[in-house]
Design a protein. Structure first.
Length: 142
């Protein structure tokens, strides 16, 4: 198993064993497991990711296709936007979500809040400046 897949597998196992809480680089941060299907393979994948819960609506979370500041978008982002839906594990709950990509000022506002709370996201934006704008997806309980 490659190192990123091994890290994800350990994070997923820890998340499930502890009701959605994990340590390491995600300790104290809100985390979700996002299930998505491959656009061409149809295979189901699970990706752990930090999220930003909506301030007023508990059925909405935002996720960020930062890929750690890499110059390309992550596969899960392309899979979710192509499908327009997925499934989220949040704490001990699992539910279907609809997917909407944020744009313009709305995207910028949500991303800026994530970067304020978790400065690593500001660094990801710096690393991708002039290459790509990191997408922000709104996941809403279906």
């Amino acid at each position: 198993m490659s190192e990123p897949l091994d890290f994800n597998a350990r994070t997923i196992a820890e998340f499930r064993a502890n009701g959605g809480l994990v340590g390491g680089p995600f300790e104290g941060a809100p985390l979700v497991l996002v299930h998505h299907r491959g656009r061409t393979s149809g295979k189901e994948y699970v990706a752990p990711m930090m999220c930003l819960p909506h301030d007023d609506d508990p059925d909405i979370v935002y996720v960020f296709a930062s890929k750690g500041g890499a110059p390309t978008d992550p596969d899960w982002y392309r899979n979710l936007t192509a499908a327009g839906e997925g499934t989220v594990e949040r704490g001990t709950e699992m539910y279907r979500v609809s997917v909407r990509e944020l744009t313009g000022d709305e995207r910028d506002r949500v991303y800026a809040e994530q970067a304020r709370r978790y400065p690593g996201f500001a660094e990801y934006a710096r690393q991708t400046a002039g290459i790509r704008v990191i997408p922000v997806l709104e996941l809403t309980r279906a």
